[in-house]
Design a binder for this molecule. Structure first.
Ligand code: MG
Length: 441
């Protein structure tokens, strides 16, 4: 009989005031939930999920039962969020490991929703078992981001699957044959975002005690910034443990030619041959390309869910900045459209308009004043300009412009004397020139 020993630690971290992570270390069941949602909502989501899982999973029942329990946990969080408007939008990740037995062979079932993680540490090497349901990890799987770019990506907190968002949930599962000396780590992203895999592996190599290793990993995450809540479970497969029968032990490296560890359950033919039910909640990835199939499956799954508590302040700041910019732009347009005058024509009359010639956006120019000056009283060369609209910075400047035109015209055509010639149109006679003004009586 395999014996498993667990150590666990959880810490609020160095930045946040509330620990919205929750975990369970129980007989045959280990899980971490990382809640999300404003105020106390994330805390409630994580606790409801963990308590429902703990209450509804029948110990030792295996993968199907674990998935069913996680689905019930999802419904419990979803219903709670619907019932209480203060909790609306809350959700939680959930990564669980459960001991199960099949045909005398012992197995561990790993199940995951969200971006908390399960790792396997074996023969001094650490490998991630779960695949994150996060935007950046999906981009990495699709080849759009390198793992290095993902590590510092500003959107790395966006999860694409979480409990409590929809009435039903897809659950990814893996089935693993435990071997003596194996260590499993289940953690929230407060650890994986702060501590590199190689540092995690170093702690697991150096620290044989599960509780001490969990404590050290939490301390390391805090030392590296501790910007999020940190929760770590270290689960050790004791040295006296075996993988059950020899046949079962050989399953580990049988089948698809790699270790069963880290392979989605649908890829583990050994599990079927030993009678353990294969849990598949999505189309089975092909044996050749599990990673890309996984990426495909994830990308076509539920809609993106953003963690409100991580972005509330930034969103508020962004909205404020956007409003300032839009308000500023609108003010500028109004100012630009209305804060100037121009002199134009209506018929043959010179008119002072407020606005810009032709208008700006939906601001059409309006008549500010009709002068008593006609085109006959200004120099002919100014007519083109007046036709286009002569812009002036103020109403009085527009007045000055009209007066200047009249003055110029009178300077060029001084003191007219009007004579009515018999049988002719009205003529204005000036020194040596006659201009017919019959068109403008
Ligand atoms: Mg977290």
């Amino acid at each position: 009989m395999t014996s498993l020993r667990a150590g666990a630690a959880s810490d609020v971290g160095r930045v946040r005031t509330v620990n919205q992570d929750c975990f369970v270390v129980d007989d045959g069941l280990w899980a971490v939930a990382d809640g999300m949602g404003g105020h106390a909502a994330g805390d409630v989501a994580a606790r409801v999920a963990v308590e429902t899982l703990q209450g509804s999973y029948e110990r030792g029942a295996g993968g199907d039962a674990l998935v069913d329990a996680i689905r019930r946990a999802n419904q419990a969080v979803w219903q709670r969020a619907r019932a209480d408007s203060a909790l609306r939008g809350m959700g939680t990740t959930l990564t669980a490991v459960a001991a199960a037995e099949s045909d005398g062979a012992e197995r561990l079932v790993v199940a995951n929703v969200g971006d908390s993680r399960a790792y396997l540490f074996e023969s001094g090497e650490l490998s991630q078992l779960t695949a994150d349901h996060s935007l950046v990890e999906e981009m990495v799987r699709a080849g759009e981001l390198s793992p290095h770019e993902a590590a510092g990506h500003p959107q790395r907190h966006i999860v694409t699957r979480a409990l409590g968002i929809e009435p039903d949930i897809e659950v990814d599962t893996w089935i693993i044959t435990p071997h003596a000396g194996d260590r499993f780590v289940v953690c929230s992203d407060g650890l994986s975002n702060e501590v590199a895999d190689r540092d995690m592996a170093r702690v697991l190599r150096e620290e044989p005690d599960a509780q001490a290793a969990a404590d050290r990993l939490v301390e390391m995450a805090k030392a590296h910034g501790g910007t999020d809540n940190i929760t770590v479970i270290v689960l050790d497969v004791d040295a006296d443990a075996g993988g059950g029968s020899g046949e079962a032990a050989s399953d580990r490296t049988g089948g698809a030619g790699g270790t069963v560890a880290g392979t989605p359950d649908a890829d583990a033919p050994d599990a079927t041959s030993t009678g353990l039910p294969v849990i598949s909640t999505r189309p089975a990835p092909s044996d050749e390309a599990p990673a890309s199939a996984l990426a495909r499956a994830s990308r076509t799954s539920v809609s993106t869910y953003r963690r409100p508590r991580r972005v509330t302040f930034r969103v508020a700041l962004f909205v404020l900045a956007l409003l300032l910019v839009l308000g500023g732009a609108a003010y500028f347009v109004v100012w630009y459209a209305r804060a100037s005058y121009y002199v134009g024509l209506q018929g043959n009359q010179l008119v002072i308009f407020q606005g810009r010639p032709g208008g700006v956006l939906w601001f059409k120019p309006t008549v500010a004043e009709r002068t008593d000056v006609t085109t006959a009283e200004v120099p002919h060369r100014a007519l083109g300009q007046l036709d286009q609209g002569m812009t002036e910075p103020s109403r009085s400047a527009a007045h000055d412009y009209v007066r200047n035109l009249v003055d110029e015209y009178q300077a060029e055509n001084p003191a007219p004397t009007t004579t009515t010639l018999p049988g002719a149109a009205t003529s204005t006679t000036t020194a040596g020139a006659t201009t017919t003004t019959g068109a403008h009586p």
